[in-house]
Design a protein around this ligand. Structure first.
Ligand SMILES: Nc1ncnc2c1ncn2[C@@H]1O[C@H](COP(=O)(O)OP(=O)(O)OP(=O)(O)O)[C@@H](O)[C@H]1O
Ligand SMILES: [Mg+2]
Length: 153
């Protein structure tokens, strides 16, 4: 099946060569791992001097996407990257699972929709909290969500 992709926001930025300063792979294999991913996002954001709002944003998005990876995707991994684009530091986080995939991406991203009687705000809320958001999913193959948050000057 053809993967469904949702592209980046903020595509108006001129392409730059981004340097990778660090990379961390964290398993999402049990509920407690969600907390570890959340902590990693927060500690890196603080270490790079993200302001309180940006730190809360990346921490919340990381937590929601790790939770989706576990609850809906049956687990997988989070890959955290420390980025520098020549001007700004950024944090990228990718959440991968090999679960059932998302059948209707538009529906899932619209907000307020859930297949588990939850609020259905994790995916749409996370998208609003970050600078870049890319989702790739294929039925029966899994889901990958990549987010980037850049530090403001
Ligand atoms: N990794 C994933 N694999 C499969 N389906 C997913 C995945 N992430 C999200 N979904 C689907 O998208 C829907 C919306 O996700 P979202 O995080 O917004 O809501 P939720 O997890 O159901 O509830 P909430 O996050 O508000 O507690 C989910 O109900 C689920 O059907
Ligand atoms: Mg969710």
């Amino acid at each position: 099946m053809r993967p469904v992709e949702v592209g980046h926001r903020g595509g108006e930025r001129a392409p730059r060569s981004t340097r990778l300063l660090g990379r961390h792979e964290l398993p999402i294999a049990c509920e407690a791992d969600i907390v570890l991913v959340r902590r990693k996002a927060r500690s890196l954001a603080q270490a790079y001097g993200f302001d309180a709002f940006a730190t809360a944003a990346i921490t919340t998005a990381a937590s929601e996407l790790a939770r989706n990876c576990w609850v809906h995707g049956g687990g997988g991994a989070a890959v955290v990257e420390e980025l520098y684009d020549g001007t700004r530091h950024g944090l990228a986080m990718e959440f991968r699972d090999t679960g059932p995939g998302i059948g209707d991406v538009e529906w899932a991203l619209a907000g307020g929709h859930s297949t588990t009687r939850s609020l259905g705000l994790g995916l749409s809320g996370s998208r609003r909290l970050v600078d870049e958001f890319a989702l790739e999913t294929a039925r029966g193959e899994g889901t990958t969500v990549r987010i980037v948050k850049w530090k403001r000057f």
